[in-house]
Write a protein of this length. Structure first.
Length: 72
C-alpha cells in the first residue's frame, strides 16, 4: 500500500533535500577550488557550474515548500 503523503511530510522531505544539497554543494565548491589550484581549470569551472545548478534546484525546492502553505 502506498505511503500516505501530507503537507507536513512533504515539507519535511523538501527540507531534507535542501539540507542534503547544501552539504553536497559545500563539497563541490571545496573540490572545485582544489581542482583549480592543481591546474584542472575546465573541471573546476564545470564543478562550480554544477554547484550553481544545485543552488537553483534549492531555490525551486524552497518555493515548492513555501507553496505548500499557500494552499490553505
Amino acid at each position: 500500500m502506498p505511503e500516505e503523503l501530507d503537507k507536513d511530510k512533504l515539507s519535511h522531505l523538501i527540507s531534507h533535500w535542501i539540507e542534503h544539497n547544501e552539504s553536497h554543494n559545500k563539497s563541490f565548491v571545496e573540490w572545485a577550488q582544489k581542482a583549480k589550484k592543481d591546474g584542472f581549470l575546465d573541471a573546476s569551472e564545470e564543478i562550480l557550474e554544477a554547484a550553481k545548478k544545485v543552488e537553483e534546484a534549492n531555490e525551486h525546492l524552497a518555493k515548492a515548500k513555501e507553496g505548500l502553505f499557500h494552499l490553505d
